[in-house]
Design a protein around this ligand. Sequence first.
Ligand SMILES: [Zn+2]
Ligand SMILES: [Zn+2]
Ligand SMILES: [Zn+2]
Ligand SMILES: [Zn+2]
Length: 484
Amino acid sequence: MEKLQSALSTHALAVSSLPDKGRCLVSTRSFAPGEVIISQEPYACIPNNPSADVRCDGCFASGNPKKCSGCRMTWYCGSTCQKSEWKLHQLECQALASLTEDRRKMLTPSIRLMVRLVLKKKLQSEQVMPTTTVDNYGLVGALMAHMSDIGEEKLVLYAQMANLVNLLLPSLEINIKEITQNFSKLACNAHTICDSELRPLGTGLYPVISIINHSCLPNSILVFEEKKAVVRVVENIPKGAEVSISYIETAASTTTRQKALKEQYFFTCTCIRCKKAGLYEDIQESAVLEGYRCKDKKCDGCLLLDSEKKLFTCQQCGLSRNQQEIKRIESEVKQMLDKASKISSSGDYFEASAMYKTIEQLQLKLCHSHSMSLLRTQETLLKILMELKDWREALVYCRSTIPVYQRVYPAIHPLLGLQYYTCGKLEWFLGDTENAFKSLAKAADILRITHGTNTHFMKEFLNLLEEARAEAAYMQTSRQPFDN
Ligand SMILES: [Zn+2]
Ligand SMILES: [Zn+2]
Ligand SMILES: [Zn+2]
Ligand SMILES: [Zn+2]
């Protein structure tokens, strides 16, 4: 711990402790938006590797990685990555190669991540792999396991998973209790590794990053560069303040956020957004995000259930809607959503887009225009229309989501930046250079802060921005004679 403190102090950070939260990370100088607070390589990680999109185990790159000939279960982009992973994979490969087909099917990403964790601990303790102040098993040991918070069912499951790890590594002396605890630690400490466009690629454990606590209005965000976790500042952090990131989707009502945090992370959030729970402003916002809309199409009011629990009454104009009617539409939407998602995963995007448009119409009758369920449908439609290469309609949906993003996310949020980016790209495809440049410039204002400028994604994006700027300027000068 002392060594960790001195390593962190060179980054102007310190581990502190708060009575109701436990460990936390605090700044020892002020930080400005865009600055990197801390970055860390994973202690252990694993790519998701769905069969359609396998990735290199070393750098998480897709493309055309080659299968390891020993176990035929890991992929590498080339010999550099294979060599860099070999010390650990050598042992893992032996364990995997000897498995029957049935056993292989039992290897979930969590089990495989745990196998890697156990092997890394062994190799570090034997000094085959180096140990550093930010990369050692002691930091994994210090993570909270919440054993007394998890239910009996989960406990049994984790113990079964620990037994499986034991079977996979017969030559090692495995402490089943410790592995069971580690599975519990993974459940509330492991991070989903995402690409620059926030699509999930895998899972990793970053014990130093895990010290950072949650806020529903965080001053920092966690992004990934390949598999390295990078924490960047999005709001000024004064000297001595706690660094915070968000563990969950923050575009949700206070009740929904609190429930998600309690269920997965076992704490009650007391951030500045959560402190507003029960206040009129918070109830109003929750009703917009997750409640129902007024019967009067022109009214922007939200409905709350009346005290007899029969009618939903508009808080603005007093009109009521019958609970039965609402339930009927709700169950229709639910049935259609189940169907539409199956059709979409089968690849029939044409049929899926028609279904989601029907769902959208039903949701427009039911929910506020800024509601989360409507937003999710519109986001899905955007993705489907992009698959269908219907750029024009995709742009309509992309544009319609932006006011909602502006409402539900802070001004500097990667999702808002990425949505401007998508808008700009679609406008560019459609030859609307001027608007493309405007959208891309808005995206750049946000993504420079959240993503930095060094990744391949950002370099390509900034090139596109420059191209759009040049073309928009050229068009303006060549048009001027006519304007005058
Ligand atoms: Zn690689
Ligand atoms: Zn192998
Ligand atoms: Zn909160
Ligand atoms: Zn109303």
